[in-house]
Design a protein around this ligand. Structure first.
Ligand SMILES: NC(=O)c1ccc[n+]([C@@H]2O[C@H](COP(=O)([O-])OP(=O)(O)OC[C@H]3O[C@@H](n4cnc5c(N)ncnc54)[C@H](O)[C@@H]3O)[C@@H](O)[C@H]2O)c1
Ligand SMILES: Nc1ncnc2c1ncn2[C@@H]1O[C@H](COP(=O)(O)OP(=O)(O)OP(=O)(O)O)[C@@H](O)[C@H]1O
Length: 522
């Protein structure tokens, strides 16, 4: 590039030198630009000359910036080229060594692998096979500069990058039981391979035949709809129909022709419901969905919730179009939201072992531990997997699922969370502390809420707003994620349905749009 010069008369002389390799002669160009910029600005009366001189100075500054950029890019390119060549030389050398030593002995213990300078492809493949076989992490060192003395210093400058594999591990599990990886780990770079909260689609593999209809009690509109739906499902869709004993009585009062409708006698038979029922339909509000979930202590069939309540966060289907909705659900496929549940154990102080006494209680929304009728502050010690979390002093604590995040937890100041986000909300109720913010904990934790022996009063646990149980000093509640979620059918998909429910149900962030008129940035 150009030594360019402005002589005292204002003439500019510019010369270009093009080096052999075709690249710009950066050194000379830089020198010329420096010289030009060091020249004092032209003084004189000729305006054109002054203007021309200024223009040249501007061009020179621009040229300097360009040449600086090019210089650093070239240096970087040269560095990469050198690294590449070093690596190639090392690989060739290793391959030659291996060939000359005849065979590889097949030992790929972690120790041997980390001590190898740079694995050739075959060695790496072999180590992957070996480590894959054991299903555990590997610590293969990919760069470990150790070849000859010339390159040693350079190689030590390179980072030593080891690849690794992440495996999902849970407390109590044997070390060889690893969960499926959800990240890839190519050359030590972590990228997420799977998302845990993908939209889930349900496709029938055989035609559904049996439907359970659950209805909100004491509602005339629900009763009328139920009668109509039972007739349609039987006559048009040839379905087997189950209802609760109370509803069977109501239907038989309506007409003796409903004797084909089946029901159950006792709790023992309820426990077997999931083995018979392909689909559950709920007619009511969110409370009826909670009720439906509570009937299934284990696996839950897909639930289609029709809205006949006031809010309907979990009830996306409109009862007026029930025929079209059920038609499309019975045909499938359709989107579902897998709603996580919490399993709760009440552990009495008197019990000898953790799970000795009462069976688990499953909740779809939340379990609440509060002060009940006691006028004293609750005092609850909370632990997560044995680690102390905090001591709740206030009205109580809500442990909520993400589905329940829009219910009681929301009223107590907790965040609204998409129902497919796996987590447990830890939301205090009226804490007597300025700094007690709600938490969201990962789904895998086991929480223990303990009423301390020195507590002034009792605490009360309630499950989805029902079934209150007293907790005396020394008693505890142990809460973890239940293995069987509640699959609820979506009107559109889980995200659209969630957003619709917070917009329509809570008028979330509803605000009049500011008018265009008024002061604004120009
Ligand atoms: N202060 C409060 O907000 C408060 C107090 C007590 C109970 N509750 C909630 O009521 C639930 C029991 O419901 P119910 O219908 O049997 O009692 P309910 O008939 O008293 O109804 C309670 C209200 O909570 C709404 N609701 C229930 N689940 C919801 C959810 N997941 N998201 C948004 N809103 C929801 C219902 O639509 C209903 O309007 C409890 O699980 C608890 O979450 C809330
Ligand atoms: N089949 C049922 N048997 C007994 N109780 C039920 C049944 N279905 C619903 N419930 C209870 O009835 C109550 C009200 O039900 P739901 O929430 O569905 O109606 P809602 O209160 O009119 O609706 P919303 O909550 O949207 O205003 C809830 O406490 C629920 O647990």
């Amino acid at each position: 590039m150009a030594p360019s010069k402005l002589n005292p008369n204002g003439d500019a002389s510019v010369s270009c030198s093009q080096p052999e390799n075709g690249l710009i002669d950066l050194f000379n160009s830089e020198k010329a630009v420096q010289e030009l910029l060091q020249q004092p600005p032209v003084q004189g009366i000729d305006d054109h000359l002054i203007e021309f001189s200024e223009a040249l100075r501007t061009v020179a500054k621009a040229l300097r910036r360009v040449s600086e950029g090019k210089a650093s890019a070239q240096a970087e390119a040269a560095e990469w080229k050198r690294k590449y060549e070093l690596e190639r030389a090392r690989n060739l050398q290793l391959e030659r060594k291996e060939l000359s030593s005849g065979e590889h002995n097949g030992d790929c213990s972690a120790e041997n692998l980390t001590n190898q300078p740079m694995m050739c492809n075959e060695a790496r493949k072999q180590s992957e096979r070996c480590c894959g076989m054991h299903g555990i992490f590997s610590h293969e060192v990919l760069h470990n500069g150790e070849i000859d003395s010339d390159t040693e210093m350079v190689n030590n400058k390179f980072m030593r990058k080891a690849s690794f594999k992440l495996s999902w591990w849970c407390k109590g599990e044997k070390s060889d039981q690893h969960k499926q990886d959800i990240v890839s780990f190519e050359r030590g770079n972590i990228t997420t391979a799977e998302r845990s909260s993908k939209q889930i689609s349900l496709k029938w593999e055989s035609h559904p035949q049996t439907v359970l209809i659950l209805t909100k009690p004491n509602s005339t509109s629900v009763r009328i709809l139920c009668v109509d739906m039972v007739r349609w499902l039987r006559e048009q869709k040839k379905m087997e129909i189950f209802v609760e004993p109370r509803v069977k009585v109501e239907l038989m009062t309506e007409s003796p022709n409903f004797d084909f409708v089946q029901t159950w006698k006792d709790d023992k038979e309820t426990l077997l419901l999931h083995t018979n029922v392909d689909l559950v339909v709920t007619l009511g509000g969110d409370g009826t969905v909670l009720w439906a979930a509570s009937l299934f202590k284990g696996p839950v069939p897909p639930v289609v919730p029709f809205s006949l309540g006031s809010l309907g966060f979990m009830t996306p289907f409109h009862s007026e179009q029930y025929r079209e909705c059920l038609d499309s659900i019975l045909r499938g496929p359709f989107s579902i939201t897998l709603r996580h549940r919490l399993q709760c154990h009440v552990i009495r102080d008197a019990a000898k072992s953790e799970y000795e006494s009462e069976g688990p209680i499953l909740v779809l929304n939340e379990v609440t531990i509060d002060r009940g009728i006691s006028s004293f502050l609750t005092n609850l010690e909370c632990y997560s997997d044995g680690s102390f979390v905090t001591c709740v002093q206030g009205d109580g604590l809500i442990l909520s699922t993400t589905s329940g995040s829009t219910a009681y937890s929301l009223a107590a100041g907790g965040s609204m969370v998409h129902p497919q986000v796996p987590g447990i909300l830890f939301t205090p109720i009226c804490p007597h502390s300025l700094s007690f913010r709600p938490l969201i904990l990962p789904e895998h934790v086991t929480l223990r809420v303990q009423v301390p022996f020195n507590s002034r009063g009792h605490a009360w646990a309630s499950f989805d707003g029902k079934d209150r149980r007293q907790l005396a000093p020394g008693d505890a509640l142990v809460v973890s994620m239940a293995p069987c979620p509640v699959p609820t059918a979506c009107q559109v998909d889980s995200t659209s349905d969630f957003l619709r429910s917070i917009h329509d149900g809570l008028h979330w962030n509803l605000r009049k749009t500011q008018s265009f008129e008024g002061p604004r940035d120009l």
